[in-house]
Ligand binder design. Structure first.
Ligand SMILES: Cc1cc2nc3c(=O)[nH]c(=O)nc-3n(C[C@H](O)[C@H](O)[C@H](O)COP(=O)(O)OP(=O)(O)OC[C@H]3O[C@@H](n4cnc5c(N)ncnc54)[C@H](O)[C@@H]3O)c2cc1C
Length: 414
């Protein structure tokens, strides 16, 4: 029995969302699985820390309820989700705040868009784009049309340059972590669809509650924390401090940089870097759970997290997350206080910087042509999954992990 099990035992390296989904599906398929994680907890890029009574996610991120993998796998009620305001607030060049609501969700506020200076032409283009993306089957969006840059797709959709500069460019810079609008148009349409169909929200205990819930569904003992894999061997994997572990198949779900080192035949795509600065403010209650972008692009976006989910800050205080592109220089948090004073209409000089989180490999650069899902089979008995094999998102990572499990199970059954 033991020999039989060793022959079928699968090692998954990395307990981010891709590794967790893969391990869950392998276990459900009756395969003994070991999930080896270098860090001291599961989650990878989707983790939260407690700092000075605040919930600090490892980089500002949002949870989208419409992702098919999320709907299929997660107990949303147990996450105790709280929503952002649907739509976005843009901090314009002249220092005003312009609210762009989702007219599909708040039709009564649609006329406010015209009052806010959105031209009828842009409103019509927005309606046509959104109707197509929200109602067309996802499979059609994946295949249809020529793949181009997001910028080219927006021009073809009839938007004015002004609307692109004031709305799409700042907003999408925060979504794709690039401000050239060079992300694949197919990725853009799928993300746009998911935003219109779902609710953007945060779990009460931080984004890290998502991977914890996935890990809770694994067989006892399946996850081994603080077990970094240093090499793949003929018989399995070599770990730091725990020797060699045998495996019939190895799935590398580590994220791109380590995957490229463990699997020299793999060429991972370039990645985007982002930094989030977290400030504690005396009290911004009543500002609302808005996502604010900046036309001048001094920051990607800012949000009072405790307005979305009160538990993010200690009682009587507010937690503000503000992100910038790249690995921010020291002093960035302080430099942001000026723009934040304009956005929030508050005296910011006393705000306390509680944390800064830079994520170097935050999202793959999904420039066209971007294959939306790649096989995870790399070499006999060796597989690779993660957002770099699908799309840079919760959906992409989970779907890639699921695909790896399907491919491993099919190969083991041969
Ligand atoms: C700041 C930020 C904001 C984001 N915002 C959103 C958003 O709003 N919506 C959205 O859908 N997506 C968002 N994403 C993207 C999403 O979080 C990722 O696409 C997804 O989490 C990637 O998961 P993964 O499993 O592929 O990789 P990872 O999360 O990187 O997991 C890899 C795991 O492997 C482990 N590991 C590495 N090396 C080893 C080793 N040698 N041995 C063992 N283990 C190892 C790591 O510790 C890690 O746990 C965001 C990402 C970031 C960083």
């Amino acid at each position: 029995m033991r020999t039989h099990e060793a022959k079928r035992n699968v090692v998954v390296v990395g307990a981010g969302l891709a590794g967790l989904a893969c391990a869950r599906d392998l276990a459900a398929g009756g395969v003994p699985v070991q999930l080896l994680e270098a860090g001291d907890a599961v989650g990878g890029r989707v983790r939260s820390d407690r700092v000075h009574g605040c919930v600090i996610d490892r980089g500002f991120q949002v949870f989208n309820t419409s992702y098919p993998q999320v709907k299929a796998r997660m107990d949303l009620r147990a996450l105790r989700l709280s929503p952002f305001t649907p739509g976005v607030v843009t901090h314009t060049g002249d220092g005003r705040l312009r609210r762009l609501v989702d007219p599909g969700r708040r039709p009564r506020e649609a006329r406010d868009l015209l009052a806010a200076g959105v031209s009828p032409r842009d409103l019509a283009a927005l309606g046509a784009l959104s109707a197509r993306d929200v109602f067309a089957p996802a499979a059609l969006l994946r295949r249809s049309g020529r793949e181009r840059t997001t910028g080219a797709a927006l021009r073809r959709a009839g938007f004015s340059e002004r609307f692109v500069e004031e709305f799409f460019r700042p907003f999408l810079a925060g979504v794709f972590l690039e401000d050239e609008l060079e992300t694949s148009s197919r990725v853009f349409h799928l993300v746009w669809r998911s935003m219109l169909r779902g609710t953007l929200c945060l779990p009460a205990d931080g984004i890290g509650a998502v991977p914890r819930q996935l890990a809770d569904g694994l067989p006892p003992g399946a996850v081994r924390l603080e077990t970094a894999v240093t090499a793949l061997t003929d018989d399995g994997v070599l770990t730091e401090g725990h020797g060699e572990l045998p495996a019939a198949a190895v799935v590398v779900a580590t994220g791109p940089g380590v995957a490229g080192r463990l699997l020299p035949s793999l060429t991972p795509p370039p990645y985007r870097t982002v930094t989030t600065c977290y400030h504690l403010a005396p009290d911004l209650r009543g500002r609302g759970p808005d996502l604010v972008t900046d036309v001048a692009r001094r920051f990607l976006n800012t949000c009072v997290l405790s307005e979305v989910s009160p538990g993010y800050a200690p009682a009587g205080l507010s937690l503000v997350a503000t992100s910038v592109l790249g690995a921010a220089a020291p002093g960035t948090g302080k430099a942001l206080l000026g723009p934040l004073a304009e956005v929030y209409g508050a005296q910011t000089s006393g705000w306390e910087e509680v944390a800064v989180r830079t994520v170097e490999e935050a999202l793959p650069a999904m420039t066209a042509p971007w294959p939306l899902s790649r096989s995870t089979r790399l070499e006999p008995g060796r597989y690779v999954c993660g957002d770099h094999r699908a799309t840079g998102s919760v959906q992409g990572a989970l779907a890639s992990g699921a695909r790896a499990a399907r491919e491993v199970l099919a190969d083991l059954a041969r």
